[in-house]
Design a protein around this ligand. Structure first.
Ligand SMILES: *[C@@H]1O[C@H](CO)[C@@H](O)[C@H](O)[C@H]1NC(C)=O
Ligand SMILES: *[C@@H]1O[C@H](CO)[C@@H](O)[C@H](O)[C@H]1NC(C)=O
Ligand SMILES: *[C@@H]1O[C@H](CO)[C@@H](O)[C@H](O)[C@H]1NC(C)=O
Ligand SMILES: *[C@@H]1O[C@H](CO)[C@@H](O)[C@H](O)[C@H]1NC(C)=O
Ligand SMILES: *[C@@H]1O[C@H](CO)[C@@H](O)[C@H](O)[C@H]1NC(C)=O
Ligand SMILES: *[C@@H]1O[C@H](CO)[C@@H](O)[C@H](O)[C@H]1NC(C)=O
Length: 579
């Protein structure tokens, strides 16, 4: 371990232990005297489709989390809100469902992981902020419309697990409210097209509550650990998508920075197996938790994706051929190179044929070569450059015969990782592409969706100044007779956070973040700059940049990288206020 400090970008040796050892030794700004400070993740407002009524809001759960680590989750009985029953009670009456997490904490505490489940299906996973002693408040709003069938299904149980530990140095107790906001429309007389409508059934594929409590996620503790559950699919399923929730903790919390040869290196992938056979993968976004790398970097603007972790969809429709026999099949999960511990859970989204009780299916092609991973080092022992690359391709094609006809679905995934670490810098990017296309017997396109996600992360440490740049870029192009949603959607988020030494031993810090949502159904742009605990500027508008909303192709691979050097210098431009 000690040897790792020689090369593992020296801020990991130099800066982090100091904060872990004494989180409260950081000098707080005078503004801290007032409580609470609002922390936030830069996101876009969720807007219901036009013609919707609402919201009708229901407080589902209000509770406190003191010493809750490894205890059973807090629970509340759930029944569909009355406004939904009044609108006919059908899932299709829900035009937008928003789950709001609103929480406070007074007193210092670490960032903790929480999950929200309905009927055992995970709806939201996040990290709490890492509160300074004076207290904070934050909230998260997540679009949960894809779980409409669960929300409308009748009585069930809402569970919230937040593994907190309280003692005299970390007295912070988290108080949280979970509220559901529903926007409704008149339920359509005809069924919405299958590619646009939420699934008819959402089946949790995760851990049953163990006797001693904890979350409902699997805990994957090593590279050879495979956790699985058996599920029998309804015999008239015609489409299946597995939604993955993943987060890394403990020894693997900051896997994405690991130099090759140290702690299993910087490459992780979550693999999905059906009856032991690879069915797809997810290469995770490197979520930095609000206490990660250097906690001041994330006050008050939280790291991208930390309050509301990204999820990953794996299209399983081509593999339905072996799943429609009415028998239980094993859905398994593993994490390549994992150290203790990854929390992994999944929801199986199933679409059922309204016109038959049995569908049939077959697999026509399956190509799943192993992932490639390589690493190297160059330079002299003092100035070593570490490099790592990895890639994977996966593709499967299968047909499903239902009352919609005999439909062939092709699903492909490609992944790539590039990683470079030097004494002062880290630069890594994961690119994940997924394509799904469904065609009818005559070759007509029912549904096609191409998604490209890119996750750049870098840091530069020089002359007492650490700059961390982080990005999430996701572009989706969709079309076809079964698709009525926006043809083009793009979210591009860049965040640049700076902390530097001050004369006299204090720290100054600031964040600059840009959020761009551009889609055929509208745009939202927001720029936020903070300095210390204060927000210096926060501008947003809904103006689509000319051409931005109708552009039909995704940004080139170079786009995010090209943006990075400009953002990297943002700390200076942000005008750090010293305190
Ligand atoms: C409180 O918990 C933290 C984190 O686990 C630990 O570092 C600290 O020493 C504990 N304080 C006391 C007084 O036990
Ligand atoms: C939760 O809601 C209750 C009732 O509206 C309110 O009194 C309380 O302050 C809320 N707590 C949080 C953490 O938002
Ligand atoms: C994938 O990785 C292998 C081994 O590192 C390499 O030879 C190959 O060129 C890579 N392929 C792509 C498309 O990057
Ligand atoms: C559906 O189409 C595929 C490919 O065209 C074919 O192999 C399969 O036999 C068809 N299935 C049925 C039930 O007709
Ligand atoms: C599946 O889609 C990929 C990407 O569009 C394409 O290269 C491949 O040929 C398709 N496979 C089949 C069997 O249609
Ligand atoms: C955000 O910043 C960019 C680059 O500085 C600028 O072009 C854009 O107009 C800003 N947008 C808003 C909403 O302030």
């Amino acid at each position: 371990m000690a040897a790792s400090c020689v090369h593992l970008a020296f801020l990991l040796c130099f800066m982090i232990p100091a904060t872990i050892a004494s989180p409260r030794s950081l000098r707080e700004s005078p503004a801290d005297a007032s409580w609470p400070t609002t922390f936030f993740e830069v996101d876009r407002p969720l807007r219901p489709p036009s013609g919707s009524s609402g919201p009708c809001s229901t407080l589902l759960l209000s509770t406190s989390f003191g010493s809750t680590f490894a205890k059973p989750p807090a629970t509340a009985a759930y029944s569909p809100p009355r406004c939904l029953a009044a609108a006919g009670g059908r899932a299709s009456a829900i035009s937008l469902a928003v789950l709001e997490w609103h929480a406070t904490c007074r007193g210092a505490q670490l960032d903790r992981t929480f999950g929200v489940w309905l009927g055992g299906a995970e709806l939201l996973r996040g990290s709490t902020a890492a509160p300074p002693p004076n207290g904070i408040v934050w909230s998260v709003s997540k679009d949960v419309t894809r779980y409409a069938s669960l929300l409308a299904a009748g009585r069930s149980t809402l569970a919230v697990y937040l593994g907190n530990l309280v003692n005299s140095t970390l007295p912070g107790v988290y108080h949280a409210n979970v509220t559901l906001h529903l926007y409704l429309r008149r339920a359509p007389a005809t069924r919405p097209p299958p590619a646009t409508a939420p699934a008819d059934l959402v089946v949790p594929v995760s851990r049953a509550l163990p006797p001693n409590g904890g979350g409902l996620w699997y805990q994957i503790q090593s590279a050879t650990d495979v956790q699985s559950t058996s599920v029998a699919l309804p015999s008239n399923t015609y489409r299946a998508v597995l939604e993955l929730y993943v987060s890394s903790h403990g020894d693997d919390e900051s896997w994405y920075t690991n130099q090759p040869g140290y702690r299993n290196g910087p490459f992780r992938e979550v693999t999905v197996r059906v009856d032991g056979v690879l069915a797809g993968a997810a290469w995770p976004f490197p979520v930095i938790y609000p206490g990660g790398i250097y906690p001041l970097l994330w006050r008050p603007v939280a790291p991208i994706g930390s309050f509301n972790l990204p999820t990953y969809d794996v299209e399983l429709t081509p593999l339905l051929g072996k799943l429609l026999d009415g028998k239980a099949h094993e859905f398994g999960f593993a994490v390549t190179n994992a150290l203790d511990v990854w929390y992994v859970g999944a929801n199986l989204h199933l679409w059922l044929d309204p016109g038959s009780t049995t569908t049939t299916a077959g697999l026509t092609s399956y190509v799943a070569p192993p992932a490639n991973a390589a690493s190297s080092q160059s330079g002299d022992p003092v100035d070593t450059h570490y490099q790592a690359t990895a890639n994977r391709t996966f593709s499967a094609t299968g047909w499903v015969k239902s009352s919609y006809g005999n439909i062939t679905t092709n699903a492909t995934q490609t992944f790539g990782l590039e990683y470079t670490l030097t004494f002062e810098t880290l630069d890594r990017t994961t690119v994940a592409r997924a394509g799904v296309s469904a065609t009818d017997h005559a070759g007509g396109v029912l549904y096609t969706e191409q998604t490209r996600r890119s996750f750049p992360l870098g840091w530069i440490y020089e002359q007492g100044r650490l700059t961390v740049t982080h990005g999430l870029d996701e572009t989706t192009v969709a079309a076809g007779r079964w698709w009525t949603g926006p043809g083009y959607r793009s979210v591009r988020i860049t965040q640049s956070s700076v902390v530097e030494d001050e004369e006299g031993g204090g720290k100054a810090w600031g964040v600059r973040q840009a959020y761009r949502y551009e889609a055929t159904d509208g745009c939202y742009l927001r720029n936020v700059t903070s300095s210390g605990y204060g927000v210096v500027s926060d501008h947003s508008n809904k103006v689509c940049v000319k051409g931005g909303a109708v552009r039909a192709t995704s940004a080139g691979d170079g786009a995010v990288r090209a943006a990075l050097p400009a953002v990297a210098g943002a700390g200076k431009a942000a005008g750090l206020v010293r305190n």
